[in-house]
Design a protein. Structure first.
Length: 159
């Protein structure tokens, strides 16, 4: 179930994804929210420098290990403009982060990129729960699909 508060954080993720595109990066943005509802960390993709592992979901997992207890990590929620890739899903599972709320799915992204003629990603676009079977995932959110798709189109138009 997606709440109004979830939508607030997901819209922020789309804003961060927009910032990423404006900086020449791929359109992904993520927010980590603590169990009391406080925003703990925001980030967007930073892969344009050549390190293709610089995903915001991985940055959140690494930050969480350094700054949160296992109980705090389990009570936190990760919001993201696009479903975690397998690398980020694995990091999420390994560090014990809680719920994940996605604006768009890997299945949607795969379809959009195919329509745009983009080459396939080097890593299979697996659902988070295939990588982390115990993960609690909410989304995608239909009302955010078009804005996220438009960001991918904008990003791939410059390639």
């Amino acid at each position: 179930m997606i709440t109004e508060q979830d939508l607030v954080h997901l819209r922020r993720c789309v804003e961060l994804a927009t910032r990423a595109v404006e900086a020449g990066d791929e359109p992904f943005g993520s927010v980590l929210v603590g169990q009391e509802g406080e925003v703990l960390l925001e980030d967007h993709n930073h892969v344009s420098g050549g390190d293709l592992t610089r995903h915001p979901e991985l940055a959140i997992a690494l930050w969480a290990v350094d700054h949160l207890t296992p109980v705090e990590r389990a009570g936190a929620t990760v919001y993201t403009s696009g479903e975690h890739c397998p690398m980020c899903a694995a990091a999420h599972g390994w560090v014990g982060l809680g719920r994940i709320v996605i604006a768009s799915s890997s299945e949607q992204l795969t379809g959009w990129l195919g329509e745009l003629g983009a080459p396939p990603a080097p890593v299979a676009p697996l659902p988070i729960t295939t990588v982390v079977p115990s993960a609690v995932v909410a989304g995608p959110v239909p009302e955010l699909a078009e804005p996220v798709r438009a960001l991918h189109a904008r990003s791939h138009a410059r390639d």
